[in-house]
Design a binder for this molecule. Structure first.
Ligand code: SAM
Length: 242
């Protein structure tokens, strides 16, 4: 089944499938060509019911910036949802959302259809968020000028998990945050090496050229645990800080 992703944006050109940007090359592009995913960018401006195709207006209460108006966003969502009978998971990219995690990405990769709203300016009028009740997701504690890059980050992370998207079916399970430790924790990946065996006086760890698959697996798990302990001890702690 092809995953359908709709992006609602005022900059649909950024998502043109043939554009050699984040989604037009490499794994997302291959997955699209293989029919694992299709994405459609809809211009919110096309749904503006005012004569200047305005999608934003000045904030009540004054202050800097513009606010995206309810009506164009609401109408765009209704129109896009009606294009396909499959229910869409509504997502709003916002720095105030739940921090995006591999666990959330895994859940979204199992959905038939995603509808992602990318904000701009000061963001959306709160009332349309209240009515749409989207899942609100943040890609980190910093502010981008628009939700488009955040939407692309989410799309890339989801697309690479679609069955068949990666050359080696196993490889995503060995990646950081997908790799599960002995106590069910999400671990960081182990270090990787390739030829030559020695470079600038640094040798590849002996075990990796031993040909002993059991020992290699043991070493990798130990390295993953060590790295996680060193760099992200929070991942090894009890879930939710309990
Ligand atoms: N005034 C908003 C605030 O302080 O929460 C920031 C608005 S930001 C300039 C414009 C748009 O960029 C947002 O509506 C959102 O779609 C997107 N955006 C910015 N930072 C983001 C982040 N960390 N994660 C996800 N989306 C983000």
């Amino acid at each position: 089944m092809t995953l359908r992703v709709d992006v609602l944006t005022t900059f649909p050109e950024m998502f043109a499938p043939e554009a050699p940007g984040a989604l037009g090359l490499s794994i997302p592009a291959r997955a699209r060509r293989a029919g694992l995913v299709e994405w459609h960018a809809t211009n919110i401006r096309d749904y503006a019911a005012n004569k200047h195709d305005k999608t934003d207006d000045r904030p009540f209460g004054g202050g800097p910036g513009m606010v995206m108006m309810c009506q164009p966003v609401w109408d765009a969502v209704q129109a896009v949802e009606a294009q396909d009978p499959r229910p869409a998971t509504r997502i709003l990219m916002t720095p105030q959302g739940r921090p995006l995690s591999q666990e959330i990405v895994e859940g979204l990769a199992r959905m038939p259809r995603l509808l992602i709203i990318a904000g701009h300016y000061e963001g959306l009028d709160e009332r349309v968020i209240e009515k749409l009740t989207p899942m609100e997701l943040s890609i980190g504690d910093y502010v981008l000028s628009g939700g488009e890059l955040a939407a692309m980050v989410l799309m890339d992370a989801v697309i690479r998990l679609l069955p068949g998207a990666l050359g080696d079916e196993e490889s995503s399970t060995q990646d950081s945050f997908s790799m599960i430790g002995p106590n069910g924790e999400r671990l960081l990946d182990c270090p990787h090496y390739t030829r030559p065996r020695e470079w600038m006086g640094l040798a590849v760890p002996e075990v990796l050229i031993s040909g002993d698959h059991g020992k290699v697996a043991q070493w990798r798990l130990a390295e993953s645990l060590r790295r996680t302990q060193e760099r992200r001890p929070d991942l090894l702690g009890p879930p939710d800080g309990r």
